[in-house]
Ligand binder design. Structure first.
Ligand code: 5AD
Ligand code: SF4
Length: 329
């Protein structure tokens, strides 16, 4: 398995398919003006397959499709089908906002996708509209139900908690796990980039200790659940008599960089070494210059070797060249 210079085993590639999203949450994507990658710069399905094949041959096991919003890719089903049959694949998942899942969940499952993480910040349509700016609770809910019906299970919901937007909504969201075998995971806002979106993420941080206390106060004690995944970024718990799991992902207040097992591929064909740093290595140039699998593996292994120790949010440092909608978490 590939190891970085700090001895961490890196076996998880997150592939951003597109740097665009149809919802534009306040802590993720600006409403106007972001310069999107020119279509010619975005990796094709075949190029993505080549990179994924090289990664799996090098010992990577897990692939996740992200965005922006990956379901906006017209060739999403083709990409999933190409990746699902690669040798060495252990897991193939996707992070999505869910609104296109009513049409896509069944074909995605048939093409070989195993699970989805769906982003949902509130069960109150009006408060949700303040956060997402586009899209509705009804659409996302239909997406969740479609994913469950298609067997993309267990359903994991990602809740980003932002002060003044949804810190009270965490209780009804956690309560979903009482009746349903879902994982509801609460994520601290991470500031990416230098613009208004990053300022908002910085200023509206709700530490997960607070979110956890708010949930336990109303719904009862949270019993720890051991993680089944090797490098699970979530600390998992179960509410009394609950069917599902409540998780806390605390990159700001409790960094898990020491256990990081990730590499990222941007939609425009660069390995992005750490979510919260700018370091990147270009692979698109090599692909388009006719470089074969060995050349791609070479760049990937260099990217793994050069992974930074971790983020420096505590020193006020983050990315300057990329925002969340370009990296997909
Ligand atoms: N901080 C933390 N998580 C975020 N997400 C989007 N923006 C942020 C942010 N600023 C989450 C969403 C999405 C996942 C890819 O990242 O929940 O599902
Ligand atoms: Fe889109 Fe997800 Fe970002 Fe919201 S958090 S703008 S749904 S990519």
């Amino acid at each position: 398995m590939p190891r970085d210079s700090f001895g961490r085993e890196i076996d998880y590639l997150r592939i951003s398919l597109i740097d665009h999203c149809n919802l534009r949450c306040v802590y993720c994507m600006p409403l106007d003006g972001p310069a999107l990658a020119p279509p010619a710069d975005v990796l094709t399905a075949a190029e993505i397959e080549t990179v994924a094949r090289a990664a799996l041959a090098a010992g990577f096991r897990k692939l996740r499709l992200t965005g922006g919003e990956p379901t906006l890719r017209a060739d999403l089903l083709e990409i999933v089908a190409r990746l699902a049959r690669l040798p060495g694949l252990g897991d193939l998942t996707m992070t999505t906002n869910g609104v296109r899942l009513p049409a896509l969940a069944a074909p995605l499952a048939a093409a070989g996708l195993r699970r989805v993480n769906i982003h949902l910040d509130s069960l109150d349509p009006r408060r949700l509209a303040r956060i997402m700016r586009r899209g509705t609770l009804a659409e996302i809910w239909a997406g969740i139900e479609a994913a469950e019906a298609a067997g993309l299970c267990p359903i994991k919901l990602n809740v980003v908690v932002a002060r003044g937007f949804n810190e009270e909504d965490v209780v009804p969201l956690a309560a979903l796990t009482l009746e349903r075998p879902w994982h509801v995971r609460f994520i601290e806002t991470m500031p990416l980039g230098t613009g208004a979106v990053a300022a908002l993420a910085r200023g509206r941080l709700v530490p997960n200790t607070e979110t956890r206390a708010r949930i336990a106060d109303v719904l009862g004690a949270l019993a720890p659940v051991p993680s089944v995944e090797r490098a699970d970024e979530a600390r998992n718990y179960r509410l009394p008599r609950a069917r599902g799991v409540v998780g806390f992902i605390s990159p700001v207040s409790e960094p898990y960089c020491a256990d990081c097992n990730r590499m990222r591929l941007t939609a425009d064909g660069r390995f992005h070494l750490c979510l919260l740093n700018d370091d990147e290595l270009d692979v698109r140039g090599t692909l388009r210059a006719g470089g074969g699998p060995e050349a791609v593996t070479d760049i990937l292994m260099r990217a793994v070797r050069f992974k930074p120790t971790g983020h420096r949010l505590d020193l006020g440092r983050s990315t300057e060249r990329r925002e969340m909608y370009q990296l997909g978490g």
